[in-house]
Structures are given as C-alpha cells and as structure tokens.
Write a protein of this length. Structure first.
Length: 421
C-alpha cells in the first residue's frame, strides 16, 4: 500500500505532465471536450482509490486513459440518445481492445496519438475571447485546476468555472473542429496560439495587479506550454523565438526583486540588477535557440524580441550593453509590427544609443492623438527620460500619472522611490 503523501505526489505529477495529452486524445475520440474532461476527472478519482490498494501501474498515464475511455463508454451507453452514439461507442471499444505487443508501457506512445497541437488550436480559436483562450489553454493543456486559474487572474472560482463551461459549450454549438488549420489559415492561427502563451508568461513575469511583481507558476507554465508546442512543431521558427524570449526574460527572475532585509520583494530596475543572480542555464538555452532560428531566414517578431533580450543577456554590465544593436533590432521590429508599445521600447533604446531629446521626440510622436494617455508604461518612460534630462518638475508629474495607472503595489512603490531620487 502506497503512503498517502507519495500517492498524492504521483497523481499530481501525472496530472500536470500528462493531462493535456490524455484530454486532447479523449476529446478527439469523443468530439466533446466537457465529456472528455468529466471522464478524465473520474479516472483520476478512481486512481486515488485503486493505486492506494493495488500499487502503481507500470504506466500511470496509460492506466488513466484506459479508465477514462471505459467511463466514457458507460456514459454514452446511459445517454438518452444511445442509438446516435453507436459509432463513438464502437470506436472507443475498438481502442480498448487494441493490444500492444510490448505491453502497457508503450500504450502512450503507440495507442494514444498526441493530439495536443489540435487541442491548442481549438482553445485559441478566433471565436473565443482572449481571456477565455488563456483560461481554456491553462485548463486543457496545462492541467491547472479552475481554482488555480481563478487565483492567477484574481477571479472568483465560480465565475471562472462558468467561463470555462461557456467556452466548451460554444465550441460544441459552433462545431469548432479539433484539428490543425489548413495552410492558408495556419499563420494567423499560430500567431494567436503564441500570443496566448506569451500573455500567460507576461502575467507571470510582470503581474498586472496584486502585491507581487511576479507569479512564477504562470511563467513556468507558459514556458512548459511553449516547449510542448515546439516539440510538436519543431520547424516553426517563431515558436523557437518565443521560447527563447521567455527563457531569456525569465533568467532575470531572481534579480528583479530584493531578496532580504526590511524591503524584501521590492522591484529592481534592469540597470541596478545583480547580474550574478541571472540564471545562466536559461540564458545559454535561450541564446542557443535564437541562434538556431535566425539563420533559417523566417524572421518574426518573437525572434527579434528574443535577439534584443539576448543582447541584454550577453552584456556583463549595464554599461557594456550594445544599445546601438538594440536600437537597430527595434527598427526592424517596428517595421514588421508598427505598434506604439514597440515605439516606446525603441525610444528608450535610442535614449542610450543616440540622445535623450531624440528619444523624447520619438516617444511623444508615439502618443499621437493621445492614444497612450491611459497606458502606464508610456508615462513611466516619459518620466524616466524627463528625469534624466534634468526636468524634475515635469518628471514628477509623469511619475504620478504612471503610479495612478498602475494596479501593482510593488510597481507603485518602485515609481514612488523614483520620484524621491
């Protein structure tokens, strides 16, 4: 008999690592995401009892999918529309009867095809709103519980549960297919998938609200999802670029806040970070990935952003940063993706590579017709430039606006300190 703590650890590890693959396969078989998830949850509950009494199976994931399939067959047989479900039932029974000559350990490899790529495209379908895409991806591919997702976005768990239920119903009613889009639709849809993963990462890397600067669990989950999709589509250079970008950003996690003393947890600017606290393993992996992607000459925004982050990572000190190269990369990025947000970052690079006045002019041009008046990073950047130019009065006004627009307490504290210096 397994000790309860060990059993719990094994189940949690299996669910987190294999949930997406099992659920994607079941959903593809059943054509019903909610039914697939219900059956998988029942299988997990059964595992807690069965494994406690009989010990661990050779392959916990294979055991879970077999039990989930059997529960699906039972549910379909009890369904009022039993006759119309005969094809699904026959198919599931056929899968159950398959025998692999090498035994249960190879069931995951040979009997269960990996359908996670189809699933992530379904979760990121254009018919779903952005927040729903993120929540559904975290639930179906990441295996996060509804409670965990609600906590991550400071939502009520019941409201998040309803959001997920509505999303699954919308997929069913609209007959959104569980498949990879055709070649014509693939680039746009892949862009949406990568955007969702990056939004998850950014919520963890720079939390938009709450008391903490970072939420490591979300950053880790986004990196894990990117690794999954990269393994499923190894030739897509923008996937490689996104993974490299997130690894390079995340390498600075430990150095972004103070770690001891009365002011533990306070934000530290990139300029003042202790680079010895940067994660060299993540830096090495990120640089290796981007160096492998760029020569393929299928350049995209994530690759350019990763290249910019790599330049920062390669600088041993703030003073050694190659700002001219960063400015040039931002020129390419802006030409490819002309957004005000990129212009703000480009302006900050120009402030170090050219002049403060050139940077301020670029920044103000980005706020054409006041479209960035309510965008916090614009006012924080403007305040920084004005402060460095010696215009203390105007800098304080911009800092105060940035503070007012921020929902993160640590960020507010960081900007308040800026005013006093």
């Amino acid at each position: 008999m397994l000790p309860p703590l060990k059993l719990t650890h094994v189940i949690e590890k299996t669910v987190r690592e294999e949930w997406g693959r099992i659920l994607a396969s079941l959903t593809k078989n059943l054509g019903d995401m909610q039914l697939a998830e219900d059956c998988l949850q029942e299988a997990v509950i059964s595992a807690m009892n069965h494994w406690q009494k009989n010990g661990l199976p050779k392959s916990p994931p294979a055991w879970l999918i077999k039990v989930a399939r059997r529960k699906a067959i039972d549910r379909l047989r009890r369904d009022q529309n039993f006759a119309s479900k005969q094809n699904e039932i026959s198919y599931l029974i056929e899968l159950e009867n398959q025998k692999n000559i090498e035994g249960e350990r190879d069931v995951m490899q040979h009997v269960i095809p990996d359908k996670r790529l189809e699933m992530i495209f379904t979760c990121c379908h254009p018919a779903l709103e952005e927040k729903t895409k993120i929540a559904l991806t975290l639930r179906t591919l990441g295996g996060l519980s509804t409670q965990e997702i609600a906590n991550a976005f400071l939502d009520n768990p019941e409201a998040m549960a309803q959001r997920l239920v509505r999303a699954k119903k919308k997929i069913a009613i609209a007959n959104i297919p569980y498949e990879i889009p055709d070649k014509q639709a693939l680039p746009e849809r892949l862009s949406s998938v990568l955007n969702v993963i990056y939004l998850i990462f950014n919520e963890g890397y720079s939390s938009n609200s709450g008391d903490s600067v970072t939420r490591a669990d979300l950053s880790d989950e986004a990196i894990r999802l990117a690794r999954i999709i990269k393994n499923l589509s190894p030739e897509e250079t923008e996937i490689t670029g996104l993974l490299a970008l997130m690894l390079l950003h995340d390498s600075r996690r430990q150095a972004r806040t103070t770690s001891s003393g009365e002011k533990s947890g306070e934000m530290i600017s990139l300029e003042d970070q202790n680079r010895e606290r940067w994660d060299n393993a993540k830096i090495s992996e990120g640089i290796k990935l981007i160096k492998a992607a760029l020569p393929k000459q299928r350049l995209g925004p994530y690759q350019l952003q990763a290249a910019i982050s790599a330049v920062h990572a390669e600088a041993k000190t703030w003073e050694q940063t190659d700002w001219a190269q960063i400015s040039a990369l931002y020129n390419l990025l802006y030409a490819m993706q002309p957004s005000p947000v990129i212009r703000i970052n480009q302006a900050m690079a120009v402030s170090y590579s050219q002049s403060l006045q050139a940077a301020l002019t670029m920044l103000m041009d980005a706020n054409e017709a006041g479209k960035l008046d309510k965008y916090q990073p614009f006012h924080a950047a403007k305040a920084d430039l004005l402060s460095r130019m010696g215009n203390t009065t105007q800098a304080k006004l911009s800092f105060k606006i940035a503070i007012k627009l921020s929902n993160n307490q640590q960020e507010k504290d960081f900007l308040i300190q800026k005013i006093s210096h």
